[in-house]
Design a protein around this ligand. Sequence first.
Ligand code: ATP
Length: 266
Amino acid sequence: MGTTEGSTDSSADRTDAASSKTVSEGRASDSEGTAVLSASDLSVSYGKVAALRGISLQVGTEEIASVIGPNGAGKSTLANTISGFLGYEGSVRYRGAEVADRTVNALVSDGLIHCTETRDLFGYMSVEDNLRLGAYRRGEDAGDRLEYAYDLFPALAERTDQHARTMSGGEQQMLAIGRSLMGDPELLVLDEPTLGLASVILEDISEAIEEIRDDGVTVLLCEQNVTFAMNHADRIYLLENGEIARQGTPDDLSGDEYIRESYLGG
Ligand code: ATP
């Protein structure tokens, strides 16, 4: 899959997960308060494989919500569905409007920006060019956004001309997040931002996520690192085999015996 920012997908040619299903059935009402994002009875299948089953969740304005779960639980499927890449049954609403009724480009322009698990960097392009690409739909001078990304990740400011492919994994993750921020997101969907990163880099990513929240961005954090998610999220959804198995605040869930034993090492 290409970058969310770079996609030319449309609601008409969206990947055919759940293509045989209708989106109009089961749409949520408009009574979802101040939720930036809400899903209701959301299901997604890849052919016969049901990847998401009956998911309901909400992400409030300027909140960090986290979806945790093991490999194959459906986190990336959820992120891709929210961003408009996959067909679905049930409802997903971004700022009150059904995602399936919008093109991916329209969603990006409206501030729904997805930083994918695979990062989707352009390896033979410089740091700065990768960053600038994140702002292309804004159609304005990217200078302020560049400054913001460099302030957030000073390691990028030291490497403006370096090719993305020659950077460390941690630096590449910073670049991927930095590029997502160039689009001035209202909702930032972060898929596994800590995957494979050393703890020293996790601290940088941690600080950045808190700064992003302080700047008024709503974040959906899909994360396998449960401790990391608990340190940042206002509310957490545990996804297992495509279903929400638990939900609550970090305090609620850290007191849950099943979560402690299965995800926090007892
Ligand atoms: P990971 O953390 O390992 O990336 P995940 O929680 O993000 O896992 P998904 O990648 O969403 O999980 O996968 C959920 C299920 O859907 C898995 O059983 C996976 O094999 C299946 N799946 C994902 N993408 C596809 C696809 N394009 N075609 C068929 N099945 C898929």
